[in-house]
Design a binder for this molecule. Structure first.
Ligand SMILES: Cc1ncc(COP(=O)(O)O)c(C=O)c1O
Length: 402
């Protein structure tokens, strides 16, 4: 080779054989080199036995996909650049003009925004159903319903629905059901085996997971996954994934791979601290209501207990409080501002505790019957010592005096 620039590009390289290490390698590629033109023509991008282009998969992303299938009990997985991209991929893949999608009223807000924005503009209708009333779901399913979204626990208000009954209804009516499984994270319950005794297995058709939260665990990666057990459903989703160009970068995939081994430990630590803090808040007169599925008077507690009370009885590290009407919105904002360990910021699942006040009235069709009137604040409990977090929650209450 005459020129060093050419030599550096064509420098021979063989991946290390016999190199076993705990962590999978990071393989970065847009281009994947074929041995010859015939191979290029014969390799099918849909077939995971061959690599064709970085967007369709690399050894790093395939490894992450396999581990996520193991986590959630699925068989096929797609990776996307965010949890919301994963939600959108499901909708765009399964819905056409004239179809209808059903969404729980307490769903993750941008899922509803997608329905109200792009889906509506393309002639796809949506209806919101009461997540705490399976009969409302049953009554809402119509001839044009092609997709039902489920979420457990619900975003922000954390009601735990009767997931098994709702899946049973969808199956009986032949409608595809997709669960936003970010809260459960594959640890609180098994989305594809909700009732293991029922044969064939009773479970969701699709599990969507914002890996941005607990799987990444650092508050520094955006990624989502779509997991299935049915190869034809997966292929439909995969074709949309390819046409939208929704691949993920190898460094981000590696960050999630690196965090997965500590996922269960972290989830348990978030859970334990959140339960302790939620119980403490319940003992305080400043809060009208505390929302956490493991609290006996939290909406849907019995469903949470029935589904999640195996092993250590898992719940994520989220809880919300409702400040009564005697405190103004400005006072509640001042409370959030006064917190020092709980930082003000969106998302959850990372090591740092977070707090967000929500304008719930603007997010729901009507104020939910099971919620006290007031101002809702959601806490995402990080990995700090629970005693420090409790002291922080307590010291900020002083702004409410006077
Ligand atoms: C329940 C739930 N689903 C999905 C998402 C979307 O995840 P991402 O931020 O990666 O788009 C979020 C983000 O907050 C969420 O809370």
């Amino acid at each position: 080779m005459s020129e060093v620039s050419t030599a550096l590009i064509h420098h021979p390289y063989t991946p290390p054989a016999g190199f076993a290490a705990p962590q999978a390698g990071v393989f970065k590629a847009s281009t994947v080199i074929f041995p010859n033109v015939a191979a290029m023509r014969n390799f099918d991008w849909k077939d995971k036995t061959a690599y064709t282009y970085g967007l369709h998969g690399t050894p790093t992303t395939y490894t992450l996909e396999e581990r996520l299938c193991t986590l959630e009990g699925g068989l096929q997985c797609l990776l996307l650049p965010s949890g919301l991209a994963a939600i959108a991929n499901v909708a765009l893949s399964l819905l056409c003009t004239g179809d209808e999608v059903l969404i729980p009223d307490n769903a993750y807000g941008p899922n509803k925004a997608l329905a109200e924005g792009e889906l509506k503009a393309w002639g796809i209708d949506h209806r919101y159903y009461d997540p705490m009333d399976p009969q409302d779901l049953a009554a809402s399913i119509g001839e044009r319903t092609r997709l039902v979204w489920l979420e457990a626990a619900g975003s922000v208000t954390l009601e735990f629905p009767d997931l098994c009954e709702m899946v049973r209804i969808c199956k009986a009516r032949g409608v595809t059901c997709a669960l936003d499984n970010t809260w459960g994270a594959g640890l609180a319950f098994a989305p594809f085996d909700l009732l293991p005794a029922v044969k064939p297995a009773l479970g969701v058709d699709i599990s969507v997971h914002a890996l941005t939260k607990y799987p990444s665990g650092g508050g520094d990666v955006l990624m989502g996954s779509v997991i299935t057990r049915d190869p034809s459903l997966h292929m439909k989703l995969k074709l949309t994934h390819m046409r939208l160009g929704s691949g993920v970068g190898a460094n981000d995939a590696e960050a999630v791979l690196r965090a997965l081994p500590s996922l269960a430990l972290r989830y348990r630590a978030h859970d334990e601290a959140a339960r302790a803090l939620a119980a403490w808040c319940q003992s305080r007169p400043e809060f009208a209501q505390v929302l956490h599925p493991a609290l006996p008077d939290s909406p849907g507690h019995a469903h949470w207990r029935a589904l999640c009370q195996t092993g250590f009885g898992a719940a994520a590290g989220l809880f919300s409080v409702i400040f009564p009407l005697r405190y103004s919105r400005a006072q509640v904002d001042a409370y959030c501002d006064r917190l020092s360990l709980f930082k003000i910021g969106y998302s959850w699942g990372g090591p740092m505790s977070l707090v967000v006040p929500y304008d719930l009235a603007s997010m729901r069709r009507s104020w939910p019957r099971h919620l006290q009137p007031g101002t809702l604040v959601r806490f995402s409990v990080g990995l700090e010592a629970a005693s420090d977090l409790q002291a922080d929650l307590e010291q900020a209450l002083r702004v409410l005096v006077g």
